[in-house]
Design a protein around this ligand. Structure first.
Ligand code: HEM
Length: 407
């Protein structure tokens, strides 16, 4: 069935269906011209695949905040058909209230900006250590943008220093499966990755129960003992925190570094004033966000942008298209870290599923851009960047560069 779905998408992509193109190479490498064409057709567009897509900032924001939309269908199944097909267990991301509200309340305290500020110095140390290790030609993704968030989230969850390569592999398998399953081998890899992560967290939960610390897993184990969360929910939440914690942030750092190297004037400005790093973070999130889209389901009949939607109708909110909406961002195609009156983007979504890790992701990326600008001012590209073969997660597999590290 999935192979047939893939063939159908390919067929409609070839015949000019814009939504099918978003899901298919080669258009997904640079999806932004496709988003522009979709916006020109209106705020809510129906694809030949039957999918409705929201293209503007205003409509995406409206859907994400509207409590008449959720992530599950009325029969209780997880609304995104591709994710359901590959048996993804995405914890908070696939829950509606009241389960969502209960679990989110348990995880939220660990991600409050004030608590996270205590991690800044440690993140700076990790960034420095990683840059100490690079010589001459290196790969920004493999050597810096990838390992930094993995090490940070492992420390935050209280995981022992695990094999970063192995975790990066699990992250790629699981994040890639958001797009749907590609083969029997992919499905097997996914199950293996979940099984290995579940094993890691089962052991960690036992350790924290015996010896609690000041970390999110210890807080959650206390909630488990008070019956506010089940064992399965706890492990799935940990899986989500781990994978969401690095699979997206690597792409924020990677996409931002590539944007800077493609816009040498902006790179020069950051080098001259590293305090511009937070502006680089926000402009990257608007201009080339790591999460390009998300799905919502109407829980009841809804009138939306002049259309009547029946209950259980799915709508794809194009977060990345919202970031290029000229009604909100003047000259949206221009990467410009000096935007006056910078408007809000939807890279972290909106409403009740707004990214829990946004303050952490912002801090990590800010530290990363600041470290690159101060320690590798002569950074330049040493080869072609290669894109990941995915549509929902947008990022790079490799970004070869050269540069001499200053101590
Ligand atoms: C949810 C993006 C980093 C944890 C989300 C959503 C988006 C997003 C778009 C909502 C999806 C939806 O509405 O359906 C990003 C981006 C990141 C990032 C672009 C980095 C640049 C992180 C980090 C963590 C994290 C570092 C944690 C360590 C979560 C969690 C949720 C979430 C737990 C689920 C929230 C809920 O459903 O209530 N993220 N994220 N994210 N993110 Fe992030």
């Amino acid at each position: 069935r999935l192979v047939a779905q893939g063939a159908l998408t390919w067929y409609f992509a070839k015949r000019g269906d814009l939504v099918a193109r978003l899901l298919h190479a080669p258009w997904r490498d640079d999806p932004y011209p496709v988003y522009r064409q979709l916006r020109e057709r209106g705020p809510l567009v129906r694809s030949k695949l039957g999918t409705l897509v929201a293209t503007t900032h205003q409509l995406c924001d409206e859907i994400l905040r509207d409590r008449r939309f959720g992530v599950r269908t009325s029969d209780g199944s997880y609304g995104d058909p591709t994710a359901a097909a590959v048996e993804l267990q995405l914890s908070l991301l696939e829950l509606d209230p009241p389960e969502h509200s209960r679990l989110r309340k348990l995880a939220a305290p660990a991600f409050r900006p004030r608590r996270l500020e205590t991690y800044r110095e440690r993140i700076e140390q990790i960034a420095d250590e990683l840059l100490d290790g690079v010589r001459g030609e290196f790969d920004v993704i493999r050597d810096f943008a990838g390992p930094l968030p993995i090490r940070v989230i492992c420390e935050l969850l209280g995981l022992p220093p695990l094999d970063a390569e192995r975790l990066a592999h699990h992250g790629r398998v699981l994040a890639g499966s958001l797009d749907g399953i590609r083969s029997a081998r992919h499905l097997r890899q996914m199950r293996e990755s979940f099984a290995e992560l579940d094993g890691i967290f089962d052991r960690l939960i036992e350790q924290r129960r015996a010896d609690p610390g000041d970390d999110v897993v210890s807080d959650l184990v206390a909630a488990l003992d008070e019956d506010r969360i089940t064992g399965t929910e706890l492990v799935q939440l940990c899986d989500l925190l781990l994978v969401a914690g690095f699979e997206t942030t690597v792409n924020l750092i990677g996409n931002g570094t590539l944007a800077l190297l493609r816009h040498p004037d902006q790179w020069a400005q950051l080098r001259a004033d590293p305090d511009l790093a937070p502006a680089v973070v926000e402009e990257t999130l608007r201009w080339d966000p790591p999460v390009q889209m998300t799905m919502r389901i109407a829980h009841e009949p809804v009138e939306l942008a002049g259309r009547r939607l029946a209950a259980d109708t799915p709508v794809l909110a194009l977060l990345a298209s919202a970031g290029r909406d000229p009604a909100v961002h003047p000259e949206p195609e221009r990467f410009d870290i000096n935007r006056p009156d910078r408007a809000e983007h939807l890279a972290f979504s909106s409403g009740i599923h707004y990214c829990l890790g946004a303050p952490l992701a912002r801090m990590e990326a800010e530290v990363a851009f600041r470290a690159l600008a101060t320690r590798l001012p002569h950074l330049h590209r040493a080869g072609a960047a290669t894109r990941r073969p995915t549509s929902i997660i947008h990022g790079l597999d490799a970004l070869p560069v050269t540069g001499r590290t200053l101590s």
